[in-house]
Write a protein that binds this ligand. Structure first.
Ligand SMILES: N[C@@H](CCC(=O)N[C@@H](CS)C(=O)NCC(=O)O)C(=O)O
Length: 203
């Protein structure tokens, strides 16, 4: 039975779950749909993407979808079996999908890409507010990837949530500079973005 992932490929959360499916070797159909479209609202109460359909199951929320794909199919586990290692990966999935996403995607990338003033210009004051918080955020990430992967010495679900965010941030000047100024994070980014699961999910 086909697994449908519904949402647009440039969404960091959609890309995260697509990467996880590819890492597991799970075939899926990516069905393009915007947030708040009828198809999405039928599954997600707030109209957010991604949503998923598989064998009669309709599911919202990227972390729930990611864990369903991880637990429900063969392939390498995306969360370590050891409970302590798993706890740290879960911690970083949660932090990435909340605090990291909020600052780097919602307050920065989305602000640049979608929020314009009445004259069609970006709202510089909002971008500047976000940038002020970059040094602390990038310092946290620089330390978090020091074991080789995000909060771990092995590739995991947490990396699939983080790297699409870094890739989007790097498209804008201050984000590119912040990443370039973080050597450990840059090396990590280059390593993960070379994986087929990242390359093949390019928007
Ligand atoms: N908690 C949700 C967040 C997903 C999310 O923020 N998706 C964005 C696109 S990347 C969206 O649908 N934005 C529209 C909105 O929040 O109204 C999840 O993890 O799936």
């Amino acid at each position: 039975m086909a697994l449908d992932i519904i949402g647009i490929p440039r969404s960091n959360f959609v890309r995260a779950v697509c990467m996880i499916a590819r890492e597991k070797g799970v075939e899926y159909n990516l069905m393009p749909a915007m947030p708040h479209s009828d198809e999405v609202k039928a599954i997600h109460p707030m109209g957010q993407i991604p949503v998923m359909r598989h064998d009669g199951l309709e599911l919202a929320e990227s972390q729930a979808i990611a864990r369903y794909i991880d637990d429900g199919f063969d392939g390498s586990p995306m969360i370590p079996r050891d409970p302590r290692a798993a706890a740290l990966v879960n911690q970083w999935v949660s932090l990435t999908a909340s605090s990291v996403d909020q600052l780097l995607m919602r307050r920065y990338v989305v602000e640049y890409a979608f929020h314009k003033d009445d004259d069609g210009n970006v709202v510089r004051s909002e971008i500047d507010k976000a940038i002020k918080r970059f040094p602390r955020m990038f310092a946290v990430l620089e330390t978090a990837v020091a074991p080789g992967f995000l909060g771990s010495d092995a590739f995991s679900m947490a990396d699939c949530f983080l790297v699409p965010i870094l890739a989007a941030v790097r498209n804008f000047t201050e984000g590119e500079a912040a990443l370039a100024g973080s050597p450990v994070l840059t090396a990590y980014f280059e390593k993960i973005t070379a994986r087929p699961s990242f390359v093949e999910t390019a928007p």
